[in-house]
Design a protein. Structure first.
Length: 353
């Protein structure tokens, strides 16, 4: 990479990573279209559910998985921004139990504010993560935009029998999460120029780590549902999974994995704006046992994650196989359940101690 003047991308964006997502209530209003499209028998997963990607039956026992994801910078370094955005987009394929095949770039660039050489670094970061996933960045589209935007459209494949959705959990399933919470908090600390260097290293590492384990988890029969945790936070995506499955979830607060430093920044009231939007959307569906630190949970559970962990529903019989896969990918620390799916109840998510 050629030397260049240091660019801090965060100053050019009003949002950050998956925190750029439109608020859940506003998104619901947008999606209430009046036009009814004809059904398509080969479309296995479309926009009638909150799944991570669209899925099309190829007619030979396999399915095409198609997704797109893009956002404004969540880190200052252009190369790292490209890596983060690419990893986040590819994660949707892994979250469906698939393997990525090919990606196309989506680039919006403020050409009057930032030089083309900086955009090239973003693309280089995207290419690096695509190479790590074993896929080509085969093309794309770019526009002149007021703020820098980058992401990917990704296609993947899966055996239909191994396809995982986010609304097929079963009562009694264990809930697992493969990455700690806190990327929204730490990225907000970076934007406020108070993030410590050691925490920045942890943040970049988590944001750029591919959820490759998802492809193997898809082949485990005991895994009944799966998604990845992104802009609506753990709370939002758990509500989607439980509600879509006609169930409720019990979440064991003390077992939640949390990034180093996140609670320290919370104590200094460093909270992303999107946290409040998420909380407003899901708070009435959430209950708390006595003894839970509700003030902390309010900031942690709806914290918008970027390239967050896989949220897995797995039966008791399937748990050992899942734990074996997670161990093989260096995720053994996240192989213990953080909750359980139970029969539908008044509160979709009940937070236990």
């Amino acid at each position: 990479m050629e030397p260049t003047e240091k660019i801090e991308l965060l100053q050019y964006a009003h949002g950050a990573g998956c925190g750029c997502k439109i608020a859940p209530a506003v998104l619901e209003e947008i999606l209430l279209g009046k036009t009814t499209l004809p059904g398509h028998s080969a479309l296995l997963v479309g926009n009638s559910t909150n799944d991570d990607a669209a899925v099309y039956d190829m007619g030979n026992g396999t399915a095409l998985i198609s997704t797109t994801d893009f956002f404004m910078p969540i880190v200052n370094d252009p190369y790292d921004f490209g890596r983060v955005a690419a990893a986040n987009a590819i994660s949707d394929v892994y979250a469906m139990g698939g393997r990525p095949l090919m990606a196309l770039a989506i680039l919006g660039w403020p050409v009057d504010k930032l030089p083309a050489s900086v955009a090239r670094q973003v693309l280089d970061g995207g290419r690096a993560v695509c190479a790590e996933a074993g896929i080509p960045l085969a093309g794309g589209h770019s526009i002149d935009s007021p703020e820098p935007i980058f992401g990917l459209a990704v296609n993947g494949m899966a055996e239909i029998a191994h396809l995982k959705r986010n609304n097929t959990a079963r009562a009694g399933d264990h809930i697992l999460l493969t990455k700690p919470l806190g990327t929204g908090i730490l990225s907000t600390a970076q934007k406020r120029a108070v993030l410590e260097d050691t925490h920045l290293e942890l943040l970049i590492r988590q944001l750029t780590t591919l959820n490759k384990a998802g492809a193997e988890l898809g082949a485990i029969d005991g895994v009944s549902a799966m998604t990845d945790v992104t802009g609506f936070g753990l709370l939002g995506h758990l509500v989607e999974m439980a509600e879509g499955s006609g169930l409720a979830a019990e979440l064991y607060y003390a077992r939640l994995p949390v990034m180093e430093g996140a609670r320290e920044y919370l104590s200094r009231r460093i909270v992303p704006d999107a946290t409040y939007r998420n909380w407003n959307a899901y708070s009435t569906k959430t209950g708390f046992d006595a003894g839970v630190n509700v003030m902390e949970a309010f900031s942690l559970l709806p914290d918008p994650q970027t390239n967050g962990g896989l949220l897995i529903a797995v039966s008791d019989a399937g748990l050992p196989a899942v734990q074996q896969v997670l161990g093989a990918y260096g995720l053994g620390a996240h192989a213990q359940p953080i909750g359980t799916f139970v029969a539908a109840a008044d509160k979709i998510v009940q937070v236990r101690q």
